[in-house]
Design a protein around this ligand. Structure first.
Ligand code: FAD
Length: 413
């Protein structure tokens, strides 16, 4: 398949593949078993320059683009979903938002931490505000030059290991007027009032903690407000634009997991013999492999295209529709392809002694986190029909004026 990669990108891919195979692969089963964050893999990513590679050179990064990052993420995810996800969050999402909208001081702070091995956490989801993210109740009350944050987030990836936190909260001015949703930067263990709550026992991707993050009178100086160009009133939309990059990254982890499972299954069907012949000689299995490889190629092309795209008004982030379509397709493809790969292994696939069952569990996440498959379909429908479709019965979203209601709801995580 022709992907139009440059010679630099092919070199980057070869380097990432080498590190993934030599260093990351041998540790992936143990990470799943121990459920411990793989600091040694982070060190390997860091040594290779894969943490913060999208950070501009002026801030110490490599100044690479989202497609470069996707190339590395896919190689990591082929052998270890957890390491793939770390590579996403160290190059896309919160870090991209700060590099685009942050002040000089904020950019330097984020770059220093990420280049030192920190995977930023992005705190949006709350117990009562999942898909309806804009209904969040975590509040930031302005008091002089500070904001006081109170509330609770959950399912925060990296809770307890991440230091840099980008927290989304509803902002109230000194008179208690709701000003919209803003982004606040807090550093765990430095800013008092940010407490890590209970950890979720997850189905897959067990090497990264998913936890509650609780804010109790967390004081954030106004210099730590991440202010998008449109201010608080419509700023949530701008901040969520940065999330389009993270969506492409999540799609790439799903792709990598599926590609890894497919390749293992392809080799297995050539080796495993039944009825006196390699099982690859049975047409039913050949067609399964043909479908799997076709779906993988389609997902990869969509992801590359989304990574290369730019959003509305030449926004530096991937186009919202392209990112949503890539994540929707790749996440559903990964569930199917990893399940088919397990099937091709027979009983061996069902054993914890082979990685297939882990890969199936890891892949299951991507139609949920980062925008569910259902919400992404609504995002896509909004774009292709050029109409907003409010999701609440009366089309009302707390604290938003009528004009922004529909779009606010569709900024769901
Ligand atoms: C492993 C993992 C990591 C995560 N990491 C983070 C993180 O780092 N930071 C963060 O902020 N969040 C994170 N999340 C949270 C994630 O973004 C939410 O789980 C997601 O937005 C869905 O919210 P919910 O789980 O509350 O589901 P709900 O919103 O309650 O949805 C339940 C079901 O209803 C469907 N549904 C809801 N509304 C509609 C609608 N209008 N139309 C059609 N269907 C609808 C959904 O698709 C889903 O199937 C993570 C989640 C997971 C699983």
């Amino acid at each position: 398949m022709f992907y139009g990669l440059t010679s630099e990108q092919l070199d980057l891919q070869a380097r990432a593949r080498d590190i993934a195979t030599r260093v990351i692969l041998p540790r992936s089963a143990e990470i799943d078993r121990s459920e411990e964050y793989p600091w040694d893999n982070v060190a390997a990513l860091n040594a290779a320059g894969f943490m913060g590679m999208t950070i501009p050179k002026a801030y110490g990064g490599a100044g690479l683009n989202f497609l470069d990052a996707a190339i590395v993420i896919e190689e990591m995810a082929k052998v270890c979903g957890v390491t793939g996800r770390i590579s996403v969050e160290a190059n896309m999402g919160a870090i991209s938002a700060v590099m685009q909208y942050g002040t000089e001081e904020q950019r330097r702070l984020a770059a220093r931490l990420v280049l030192d091995g920190d995977k930023p956490a992005i705190c949006i989801t709350e117990p009562d505000a999942g898909s309806a993210a804009s209904e969040m109740t975590t509040r930031a009350d302005k008091r002089g030059s500070r904001y006081i944050l109170n509330g609770k987030k959950h399912w925060i990836t990296g809770g307890g290991v991440s230091r840099f936190h980008l927290i989304f909260a509803r902002v109230f001015d000194e008179s208690g007027v709701d000003c919209g949703i803003g982004g606040f930067i807090a550093i765990r263990d430095e800013d008092k009032g940010l407490v890590i709550g209970k950890r979720e026992p997850t189905m897959g991707l067990r090497g990264i903690p998913e936890t509650e993050v609780i804010f109790t009178d967390l004081e954030i100086d106004e210099s730590r407000v991440l202010m998008p160009p449109s201010g608080f009133k419509r700023g949530f939309g701008d901040l969520m634009n940065a999330y389009n990059a993270q969506r492409v990254g999540a799609a790439t982890v799903a792709l990598g997991l599926a590609a890894g499972a497919y390749e293992r299954a392809r080799l297995f069907t050539l080796e495993r013999e039944q009825f006196g012949r390699p099982i690859a000689e049975f047409q039913g299995l050949q067609w399964m492999l043909a479908d799997m490889s076709t779906q993988l190629e389609a997902a990869r092309l969509m992801i590359y295209s989304a990574a290369r795209s730019r959003g509305d008004n030449d926004s530096p982030f991937p186009d919202a529709n392209a990112a949503a379509q890539a994540k929707l397709f790749a996440s559903e493809m990964a569930i199917k392809v990893t399940n088919d790969a397990l099937q091709l292994f027979g009983a061996k696939g069902y054993s914890r002694n082979t990685p297939l069952e882990r890969i199936v569990r890891d892949a299951r996440m991507f139609t949920i986190g980062g925008g569910t498959a259902q919400i992404l379909r609504t995002v896509i429908a909004t774009r292709i029909l050029d109409r907003k479709f409010p999701q609440t019965r009366d089309g009302y979203v707390k604290g938003r004026d009528a004009e922004t209601r529909g779009s606010a709801e569709l900024k769901a995580v």
